[in-house]
Design a protein around this ligand. Structure first.
Ligand SMILES: *Cc1c(COP(=O)(O)O)cnc(C)c1O
Length: 482
C-alpha cells in the first residue's frame, strides 16, 4: 500500500489534460487580480490525471462507512441511509434556495417543513416542533433553555435537574450549561431508574428530569409513568432525549409516557449519513404549554400560504442562524413518506428483533449487562474476556480485522468493560450471523493468543493511535523533508 501524500508523489512537469471550452478565452490571473493577491510560489503537486484518480480512489477505499461494512455503533443508530433520500435532497428546488429569499419563493420548502412537523407530531404526540437545532446535543440545549424560561415565567424557583447515572454525557452537560445543578440518580440492579432513590432526590426545586427511553443500556424504563407522576407532582418537567426512539417508532409516544419536551435526532432515527460531526438535525417537540417558548420562527399556514411566524410570546429566541439543516429535513421527510405508517412500525420491530438475536446468540460467551430483554441495542460486559487477558478495547480493535466497525466501547459508564451493540433494522440475518461468529471466534482467540488481540488491528494502515492526541493535535501537515 502506497502511504505517501499526494505532495510526495508529485513529479515536476506532470499534469492532467485540460480541454478549453470553445468561445471562452481565459485570461491570466495577473490580468485580473491586484498584485498583492498573487502568489509567486505555490507548491501544488504535479501529477497526471490517472495518478490523481488512483490516489483519491485508493484513499476513498480506506474510509470505513456504512455503505461498505457493518457498523454496529451503539447509541448512534448507524442504519442504512436510502440513496433516494440523497437524490431528493439534491433536487434543484431544494438545493438552490437561499434563506434570504422571501417567503413567496420558498413555499415548497416551507410546506415540506410544515408537513414534516405534522408527521413527527403524529409519531411523538408533541403538537409543535422547532427544527433549528443542528444536532441532538443542541436540541437538548434548546429544550432545556425552554424549560428554564418556562419556570422563570411561571415564577417557579427551580435549581436542579435530575439525570440517571446511565445518561448520555450530553444530558448533564446541557443541564450545567443551563445553569442547573445536576443531580445524578443511581440505577437499580436491573439497570432501570430506582424509584426510591428518585423519590429522595426530587423536591420542589427540581426543574426537570432528563431521560432517554429505552435507556442507554437498551432497556425500556418500565416505571416511566411513575417517574412522570413524581416529577410532575413536584412541579418539574420531563425532558425526553429521543436518541433512542428508533425501537418505539409507531408503537408508543413520548407524550403517552408523560414527557413535556423532546428532541429527535433526525440524522439517527430518520436516516441521514452522520458521524464525524455532522450534518444533523435535532428536532425539538413540545406539549402545548411549552409552545409559547419555542425558538422563533416556527412555520405556520394562513390562507394556504406558509410563513415564518415570529409571534411566539415567550420565545427563547434563535438557537442558530436561519432555520436549521434543511437538507436533513428533506431526507427525514422522504424517509417517512417512503416507509408509511406500517413501515415505521416494522423499523421498530426489526431493530428490536436484531438486537435480541445477537444477545441470545452471544449471551453464553459474553456477559450481558442486564437480564431484562433488550430493545434496539444490547450492552455486553466483557469481564470474562478481560480476566482471560483481552479487555473490551482489544475485542473492539480486533473486530476491525474482521471488517466491521467496533461497537461503542466503555459506555454506558456504569457497565464494566462495556461493548454496546446496535445492529439496527437494516441488517440482514446473514450479516448478524457473521458478527456473532466473529465475536465467538475472537473469544477463542483470547485463549490461544491474547497478545495478538492486544496488537490488533493488523489489517489497517495505522494500528493503535494515541486517540486523545490524534483528536486534539492531529498532524495534517505536509513535511517536505520527512
Ligand atoms: C447521539 C446521542 C445524543 C447526542 O446527539 P448528537 O446528535 O450526537 O449531538 C444524546 N443522547 C444520546 C442517548 C445519544 O445517543
Amino acid at each position: 500500500m502506497d502511504n505517501r501524500l499526494i505532495f510526495e508523489k508529485s513529479d515536476s512537469g506532470r499534469k492532467a489534460s485540460y480541454i478549453k471550452k470553445p468561445g471562452i478565452s481565459l485570461r491570466e490571473p495577473k490580468e485580473i487580480l491586484p498584485e498583492n493577491y498573487l502568489r509567486s510560489n505555490l507548491e501544488l503537486p504535479s501529477l497526471g490525471e490517472l495518478e490523481v484518480v488512483r490516489h483519491y480512489t485508493n484513499l476513498s477505499k480506506r474510509n470505513f462507512s456504512l455503505d461498505t461494512n457493518f457498523y454496529p455503533l451503539g447509541s448512534c443508530t448507524m442504519k442504512y441511509n436510502p440513496k433516494i433520500n440523497e437524490e431528493l435532497s439534491s433536487l434543484e428546488g431544494f438545493l438552490n434556495i437561499h434563506p434570504y429569499q422571501n417567503e413567496a419563493c420558498l413555499q415548497g420548502a416551507l410546506e415540506l417543513i410544515y408537513n414534516l412537523e405534522k408527521l413527527l407530531s403524529e409519531i411523538t404526540g408533541m403538537p409543535r416542533f422547532s427544527f433549528q437545532a443542528s444536532s441532538g446535543a443542541q436540541g437538548e440545549l434548546t429544550g432545556m433553555l425552554m424549560v428554564r424560561k418556562y419556570h422563570k415565567v411561571m415564577k417557579n424557583r427551580k435549581r436542579k435537574v435530575i439525570v440517571p447515572d446511565s445518561s448520555h454525557g450530553t444530558n448533564p452537560a446541557t443541564s450545567s450549561m443551563c445553569g442547573y445543578e445536576t443531580v445524578v440518580v443511581e440505577s437499580n440492579k436491573d439497570g432501570l431508574i430506582d424509584l426510591d432513590k428518585l423519590n429522595k432526590a426530587v423536591d420542589a426545586e427540581t426543574a426537570a428530569i432528563m431521560l432517554t427511553n429505552p435507556n442507554t443500556l437498551g432497556l425500556f424504563e418500565e416505571n416511566i409513568l411513575d417517574v412522570a407522576e413524581i416529577i410532575h407532582r413536584n412541579g418539574g418537567l420531563l425532558y425526553y432525549d429521543g436518541a433512542n426512539f428508533n425501537p418505539l417508532l409507531g408503537i408508543t409516544t413520548p407524550r403517552l409516557m408523560g414527557f413535556d419536551v423532546i428532541h429527535l435526532n433526525l440524522h439517527k432515527t430518520f436516516s441521514t449519513p452522520h458521524g464525524c460531526g455532522g450534518p444533523g438535525a435535532g428536532a425539538v417537540g413540545v406539549v402545548d404549554k411549552l409552545s409559547d417558548f419555542l425558538p422563533a420562527p416556527v412555520i405556520d399556514k394562513k390562507k394556504n400560504k406558509f410563513y415564518f411566524n415570529y409571534k411566539i410570546k415567550h420565545s427563547i429566541g434563535k438557537v442558530r442562524a436561519f432555520y436549521g439543516n434543511f437538507s436533513v429535513l428533506v431526507r427525514a421527510y422522504a424517509y417517512l413518506l417512503r416507509l408509511g405508517r406500517e413501515g415505521v412500525v416494522r423499523v421498530a420491530q426489526n431493530a428490536t428483533l436484531n438486537a435480541n438475536y445477537i444477545r441470545e446468540k452471544l449471551k453464553d460467551d459474553y456477559n450481558v449487562a442486564s437480564n431484562k430483554p433488550s430493545m434496539h441495542e444490547v450492552v455486553f460486559s466483557c469481564t470474562k474476556q478481560k480476566e482471560k487477558g483481552a479487555p473490551a478495547f482489544d475485542i473492539a480493535k480486533r473486530l476491525i480485522d474482521y471488517g466491521m466497525h467496533p461497537p461503542t466501547m466503555y459506555f454506558p459508564l456504569i457497565v464494566k468493560e462495556a461493548l454496546m451493540v446496535e445492529p439496527t433494522e437494516t441488517e440482514s440475518r446473514k450479516t448478524l450471523d457473521y458478527f456473532v461468529e466473529s465475536m465467538l471466534e475472537i473469544n477463542n482467540e483470547i485463549t490461544e493468543n491474547a497478545q495478538m488481540l492486544h496488537d490488533a488491528p493488523h489489517t489497517t494502515p495505522v494500528k493503535r493511535v494515541d486517540e486523545v492526541r490524534a483528536a486534539r493535535n492531529p498532524d495534517l501537515r505536509w513535511h517536505p523533508n520527512k
